[in-house]
Ligand binder design. Sequence first.
Ligand SMILES: CC(C)(COP(=O)([O-])OP(=O)([O-])OC[C@H]1O[C@@H](n2cnc3c(N)ncnc32)[C@H](O)[C@@H]1OP(=O)([O-])[O-])[C@@H](O)C(=O)NCCC(=O)NCCSC(=O)C[C@@](C)(O)CC(=O)[O-]
Length: 319
Amino acid sequence: MDSPRKLLSKSLVSARQLIRNKSFVRIVEVGPRDGLQNEPTNISTAVKVELINRLSETGLKTIEVTSFVSPKWVPQMADNTKVFQEINKKKLVSYPVLVPNLKGLEAAIKVGAKEIAVFLSASEGFSKKNINCTIDESIVTVKSVITKAQESNLKIRGYVSCIVGCPYDGYIKPASVAKVAEALLSYGCYEISLGDTIGVGTRISLEKMLDEVLIIASPDKLAIHCHDTYGQALVNVYTALEKGLTVVDSSVAGLGGCPYAKEATGNVATEDLVYMLHGLGTETGVDLNKLIEAGRFISDCLKRPPASRVNNALFSKMK
Ligand SMILES: CC(C)(COP(=O)([O-])OP(=O)([O-])OC[C@H]1O[C@@H](n2cnc3c(N)ncnc32)[C@H](O)[C@@H]1OP(=O)([O-])[O-])[C@@H](O)C(=O)NCCC(=O)NCCSC(=O)C[C@@](C)(O)CC(=O)[O-]
């Protein structure tokens, strides 16, 4: 019988092999929505549009561009209609918008959105703070949004927030995550993005949560969405890849945070993610140089350096 050390080394070899065999990882760029929604100063529509147009030229195939939420709750996204109308839409790129309720859905349909993202929380505390209702109430709302969106033939992506920790409730049980993810899938979401909203996850907590969710969903139905508050995002993404997931959310220049999870910093930076994936021999279809330029553009507009190690390391070498 193999010793524990030998067993561990065998399992690590097979996990690495698994990642090497993944030829393509799809990146969902969430910078223009998740990234900018929390910015305290007003960002002009022109800047948002320019950012999205630049991102569209990088090879990214999915860019979440705005949200149709209440402007009273998230003022930064109040120009949602203008942003959606003014961006150059490339044929092979999807431009989903985040929608919390039927009012948001109606506005998204009116503007011509083809894909929406709905969201639920695995934690009661965050649900109440973020959308002013309990998880059960939000499930009813989201179900009605999905039903209506299906009638309009929209693609529907789902998010589950607070997959390992909540700013109000603390530790979140993996079973709570599986429960809401299962509901979203059963209503018709084509994919569920699992969000570590405040970035507290570690390799072990991510693994435990994923093991539970993978009982109710196959890896091709799941995406991972890691904020980098504690510097664990790339490790947590890697953990998800080992578990067989092939879709990762990220934010150019590491933009982001959530207005109702104050301690959260941005998502894993898209530049850092692409660098890691290309280093693993995994294709993304993304041009890293163009991505770095897009990250510089928005960081210059925000008057701060990018929260991307790769962007900071490579930008000066590109000149
Ligand atoms: C859900 C509500 C609307 C409930 O908010 P409420 O106050 O309970 O709802 P209400 O129905 O009483 O509406 C209040 C006002 O907002 C209006 N309203 C209502 N809905 C809309 C709409 N869709 N679009 C435009 N306006 C809307 C509505 O008409 C009314 O206007 P008034 O009559 O006072 O003039 C609110 O709480 C809300 O908009 N919350 C969104 C908060 C948010 O966007 N958070 C960030 C996104 S989630 C996230 O970032 C996590 C994620 C997805 O990235 C994954 C992760 O990281 O984990």
